[in-house]
Structures are given as structure tokens and as C-alpha cells.
Write a protein that binds this ligand. Structure first.
Ligand code: MIC
Ligand code: SF4
Length: 642
């Protein structure tokens, strides 16, 4: 049987496993990336492992999330990241150089290589034919040290593209359409491969938008073939030597095939508060808009920005709309400036922000109370914008500009002017904001600078054979990591300070949670389906662990979060009978006994103080069981586990 693109890359990087769907495979990782919000923790973990120099082909640390520097915290963290990376052989992309995924696509991604990044949108690299995964910081630290990355062998989905996008209909609309079809759970356990004749009509930045938003489907990753379009993009970045062709075999088999006719697609919009709450833009045409934000790792390429500039040229934005534009990288910003397009954006009345995540992660530009904000981003979870009652919609850059000009949600295809932009044959290459590490011979003398914001890594407890704990929180379906461990300008600077962060755990769901959980000692959380969707932040596991949470019982889990729970030493189990969820009440005292044997058998029994008993399933590999019994991946690694 022929292979899919992903199966070929997996086979070429296989350390262990036989690639049977659902079984564990260990992969050799060629490249790693971190960003600052998850990176401080990842490098603290790497330091704990005691490995002097990274063993990957390329490891790079970006600073793009916490760039506001409202107090000493961010500045200290940046200095720590710069010095710790220099010492251990990691490249450092300075603050202001751009958003990790955009810069990585431009300057470092290579078709056919494996990449893991401590950010859930790392699959953006699939736009250039990389097999790229979002992962917890600890998994990235292990990969930097030369260790394998473990995943459950995914199913293979194919999206077969035909036709060609009409003017004002974009790659973002393709992503939103797929979210409408599959939902935020539809990609769980699968790799989404993009193929069919329509692929040749999409540029690398457009492909990057699509693989970026594959994360919102819950997919393990998404990938495009590496073809002549890829080669041209790499050549324009001065990196043609990095090109290798990559296609699936004609007889490759897929578990599911979804057809999308690009020519038939309309502009789409995701309504509050979930990326899969998708309808056609035209159906919302009378909704008044307060704010429009353009940028983020989904839509901040030069191509996106040139289209935005072309639509804004010679026009003024509606007086009741506040518009922000954040170019994705220094390369994009410089080229916009050199060709005059930046002046067109500024002349329209837009506010141009730094090349960073910014409003996407609630780092400034929060909407007014109850404000309607149209964003070209990938997530619109409740409260993520920094305004709890903000109404955030996700759209393409074209739909965003249409609203900024009219003041209302507007179908951009109603604009009659042709939208023509010319992409340059070559990009302006200047990597001066990427600092190389010190030479291995000098690493001993290199000093790592730490500030007072860097607190000790929390210690987790190994499992014994029985656990009695209080049900400290019961939540519903689709709980995101933004619910569990919110971000935003006020909290994000404390990502290396778990005790401080813990005060905000589950704040959106229940502001009393942190105090109650701490007082309860050992705790258990009960969740619905797709628990832990969204970000890769391991803080959503480390902080509950710090607050005493030992186990999460849910109807189902999101992939990266379940790995983070195990790495943090928290036992993730699912209801054998989902109806038992309804029979549990917050504050119940639950006991799980025979843990060691039960974990091996894949089933545990939980009883409450009234004698009600139910079964939970724990699908754990031998390695995962050993990690939990050791009290988390760090302890397991220190004890010699691989
Ligand atoms: C996000 O988009 O939620 C983030 C912030 O980029 C996260 C990482 C984080 O929590 O630091 C992600 O997607 O993994
Ligand atoms: Fe940054 Fe937003 Fe992308 Fe996350 S989704 S990496 S916060 S731009």
C-alpha cells in the first residue's frame, strides 16, 4: 500500500513503533522552536536535564508573546532566554523580529523535516511540507536533548481541493469552512493532508494559514505537499537548497476524504466564542463593528498585508471602528514600508502595532465592554481578548478590511474593485535579529542571567496504589486551556512563576477554584468532551498540579493537553459510560484504588463516599504509566527513563 505524505515523513523519522493507527510511535525530531510564554519553562526544564548542548539540527527561541514589558518581568525573561539559549546552542530571535510561526516559515522551515514547538500553532510549518507538531515545553526540552517525541499514530484525513478561490475569498475561508464541517473536535486523532488540483492554486502563505488553523480542528497536525510553489517560495527567500519534493503515493489510503470546491466557497465568519461557530459573512450583514484586528500567526504574511493595503489605499476607516494591523515579521514590515504599502495602511487611520502576537493573546488592544471585534486570528474563546464580554469573530483579512471601512460586518465580495497585488520575486533577507549561540568551546564561560520572576519548578507527587481526593471542579464540554490557565497582559508575564499564576487558574469558570483546590489537598477535576482544547501551554497542567490536582476524569481530551497532564504527573482518564458524568457532584470525595494494576489493565474503578461506583478508562502506554508512577516526565527522565 502506498503512503501519505505524513506517513512517509513518520517512516523516515521512526525510532520505535510500527505505525499502526492508535499505537505509540517515537519520532526523531530535526528542529524545535519555542516562544517566550512557554519557553522560559521549557529552558528551565532543559537545564534541569543537565544536557550541555542541544542535539537537534536546529533549535530556535522566539520572543513574540510577552513583548509589552510593563514591568521588569518580561525584560528579565527575555534576558534569561537570550542567555540560556546562547549557552546551550539555541538560536534566539529577538523581540520585534516577528511571530514564531511566520518567521519560521520564512527563514527556517524545511520540507520533509520534523519540527516540534512549544506552541499549538507549530503545524503552520505544514504549509511548507514539514511534519510539525505543537507540544508541551517539557516534550520540547526532551527533543532538544536528543530524545524522541512520542505521539499516538494518527488516522489520515485528506481534503481534496478543486477549483480556484474567487476574488475576496481566501485561505482563511477554506479553514473556516473545514471547521464548519468538522468542528473543533473533528480532527482529533488525525493528520489532515491537503491535496487535489486546487493545491497548486495556493501560495505558501495561504497554505500556512490553513495548516495553522488545523490546530483548531484538534488535529495532530496538517500538511501540504512540497511542490513547485514551495520551491519558488524557498527560492524567493534565498533558500532553494532547502527544497525537496514531497507528494503522497497515488495509492495512499485515507480514513476520510473531504471535498472542497474552492470556486464555490463564500467568505465565512466564526461567531463568538468558538472557531467552529461558522456561518457565511453575508448572513450577518447588519452587525455593527467596534474593532478590527489584522495580524497573528494565521494572517500576517506579506501577501495578506499587501491585500489589506490595497483595499485601504486612498480610503479612510469608519469613524466608529478602531483598526489595528500587526505585520507578522520584520521582513514583512520592512517590505511593506519599502514598497509604500505601509503608508497606505497608515493613511487610512489604522494603528500599526509591533510584529508580535499582540491582541491575539490579549496583549493590548482589548475591545471595549461588550464590543464587537472582527479579528483575522485563529481563536475567539471567551475572555481571550482581555474583555470578558467582548464579542470576537474570526474572519479573513479581506472581510476584516471590509468591516473597518463600512463599520458593519460586510461580505467583501460586494466590493467591485479588482484586488490585484504583485508579490515580489524575492524577499528581503536580513537575519540580523536572529542571534547565533556561542561556540561549544566557549559555552562553559557563558553566563545565564535570571531575574526574580523565575521561580522554582513545582514538584509533582508519584502515584501510589490508591488515591482519595475531592472533586474540586466539575466543568462542561470544550473547556479550553484559556479557561484553565488564562493568558492576557496581566497574567502572561508570570509564566515562569507558577505560585503567582495559580491564583488565576479556572478564573473564568469559578473564581474560587484556586483557593478551594489548595485547601482540599488532593483534588480531581471532572470535565466533558474535548477537555483541554486550544493552546499547548503546559501551565494548564503544571498549575493544577501545583494546586493539588491528581487526576482529571473527562468524556474525552485534546491531544496536547493530555500529554501535558501525563508529563506533569496528573492521571487523565475517560468515563467508560459517559452518563456517569451526570451522576457526579462537585465536592464529592472520590477514591480510586488498585491504581497500578488498573492502569496496566486500562480500567480503574472510582467510588464516592456514598458507595456509588463507576469505571474509567485509562489508555496509557507502558512509558506513560512509568511517567505517572515516577510523578511526571521530569522525574522519569532524571531516573533514567527515555
Ligand atoms: C495561544 O495562541 O494560545 C498561545 C498563547 O500561542 C499558546 C501558547 C501559550 O499558551 O503560551 C498556544 O497556542 O500554544
Ligand atoms: Fe501568537 Fe496568537 Fe499565534 Fe498564539 S495564536 S502564536 S498568541 S499569534
Amino acid at each position: 500500500m502506498g503512503k501519505t505524505i505524513a506517513q512517509k515523513i513518520i517512516a523516515a523519522h521512526l525510532i520505535s513503533g510500527d505505525m499502526t493507527v492508535g499505537s505509540e510511535v517515537a519520532l526523531r525530531i530535526d528542529q524545535t522552536l519555542t516562544q517566550d510564554a512557554t519557553g522560559t519553562m521549557a529552558y528551565l526544564e532543559f537545564e534541569t536535564m543537565g544536557i550541555p548542548r542541544v542535539k537537534t539540527e536546529l533549535s530556535i527561541a522566539y520572543v513574540d508573546h510577552n513583548t509589552l514589558q510593563c514591568g521588569f518581568e518580561n525584560g528579565d525573561d527575555h534576558r534569561y532566554l537570550q542567555t540560556v539559549t546562547a549557552k546551550h546552542g539555541v538560536y534566539f530571535s529577538r523581540p520585534g523580529n516577528g511571530i514564531c510561526h511566520q518567521v519560521h516559515l520564512e527563514r527556517f522551515g524545511k520540507p520533509g523535516k520534523t519540527l516540534i514547538g512549544s506552541d499549538s500553532h507549530t503545524p503552520t510549518g505544514g504549509g511548507i511540507g514539514m511534519l510539525a507538531f505543537g507540544a508541551g515545553g517539557l516534550d520540547v526540552a526532551v527533543a532538544m536533548g536528543g530524545g524522541a517525541y512520542y505521539i499516538t499514530m494518527p488516522k489520515m484525513f485528506k481534503v481534496n481541493l478543486t477549483g480556484k478561490l474567487n476574488p475576496y475569498v481566501t485561505a482563511k475561508d477554506v479553514s473556516l469552512e473545514l471547521l464548519r464541517i468538522l468542528s473543533v473536535k473533528g480532527g482529533v486523532g488525525a493528520i489532515v493532508e491537503w491535496g487535489g488540483p486546487g493545491v497548486a492554486t495556493l501560495s505558501v502563505p495561504e497554505r500556512g494559514t490553513i495548516t495553522n488553523m488545523g490546530t483548531e480542528l484538534g488535529a495532530t497536525t496538517s500538511i501540504f505537499p512540497s511542490d513547485d510553489i514551495t520551491r519558488q517560495f524557498l527560492a524567493a527567500q534565498g533558500r532553494e537548497q532547502d527544497y525537496v519534493p514531497l507528494v503522497s503515493d497515488p495509492d495512499a489510503e485515507y480514513d476520510r476524504i473531504i471535498d472542497i470546491d474552492l470556486s464555490a466557497l463564500k467568505p465565512m465568519i466564526a461567531c463568538p466564542h468558538s472557531p467552529d461557530n461558522v456561518v457565511e459573512v453575508a448572513s450577518l450583514k447588519d452587525v455593527k463593528v467596534d474593532q478590527v484586528c489584522i495580524g497573528s500567526c494565521t494572517n500576517s504574511s506579506l501577501m495578506d498585508m499587501l491585500k489589506v493595503a490595497a483595499m485601504l489605499k486612498g480610503k479612510t476607516i469608519h469613524p466608529s471602528v478602531s483598526l489595528s494591523v500587526s505585520p507578522g515579521s520584520r521582513q514583512v514590515l520592512t517590505m511593506l514600508s519599502n514598497c509604500g504599502a505601509l503608508a497606505d495602511i497608515l493613511a487610512s487611520g489604522a494603528r500599526v502595532l509591533e510584529c508580535a502576537c499582540g491582541p491575539c493573546i490579549g496583549m493590548g488592544f482589548s475591545p471595549n465592554s461588550g464590543g464587537v471585534s472582527l479579528r483575522t486570528f485563529n481563536r475567539n474563546f471567551l475572555g481571550r481578548s482581555g474583555t470578558k464580554d467582548g464579542q470576537v469573530y474570526l474572519v479573513s483579512p479581506e472581510t476584516a478590511v471590509a468591516a473597518a471601512l463600512t463599520g458593519y460586518i460586510t461580505d467583501p465580495t460586494t466590493f467591485s474593485e479588482p484586488l490585484e497585488i504583485t508579490m515580489p520575486d524575492s524577499f528581503l533577507v536580513n537575519d540580523s535579529a536572529v542571534l547565533a549561540p556561542v561556540r561549544a568551546e566557549e559555552a562553559d564561560q557563558a553566563e545565564v542571567l535570571r531575574g526574580p520572576n523565575i521561580k522554582e519548578f513545582p514538584k509533582s507527587k508519584p502515584f501510589t496504589d490508591s488515591l482519595t481526593a475531592q472533586l474540586v471542579l466539575k466543568v462542561g464540554d470544550n473547556i479550553t486551556t484559556d479557561h484553565i490557565m488564562p493568558a492576557g497582559a496581566k497574567i502572561l508575564p508570570y509564566r515562569s512563576n507558577i505560585p503567582f499564576l495559580s491564583k488565576f487558574c479556572f478564573e473564568v469558570c469559578d473564581p474560587t477554584f484556586a483557593e478551594r483546590a489548595k485547601a482540599a489537598g488532593d483534588g480531581i477535576i471532572v470535565g466533558g468532551s474535548n477537555y483541554g482544547q486550544g493552546s499547548s501551554r503546559e501551565h494548564a497542567a503544571l498549575v493544577p498540579m501545583y494546586l493539588g490536582v491528581r487526576c482529571v476524569i473527562a468524556k474525552s481530551f485534546a491531544r496536547i493537553h493530555v500529554a501535558n497532564l501525563i508529563n506533569a504527573g496528573i492521571l487523565p482518564v475517560t468515563f467508560e459510560n459517559p452518563e456517569d458524568y451526570d451522576k457526579l457532584n462537585q465536592d464529592a470525595k472520590l477514591t480510586i484504588s488498585n491504581i497500578v494494576a488498573g492502569m496496566e489493565a486500562g480500567k480503574l474503578t472510582v467510588t464516592d463516599e456514598n458507595g456509588f461506583a463507576f469505571n474509567v478508562v485509562c489508555n496509557l502506554t507502558e512509558r506513560q504509566r512509568a511517567i505517572l508512577l515516577a510523578g511526571g516526565l521530569l522525574n522519569y527522565t532524571k531516573e533514567g527513563g527515555v
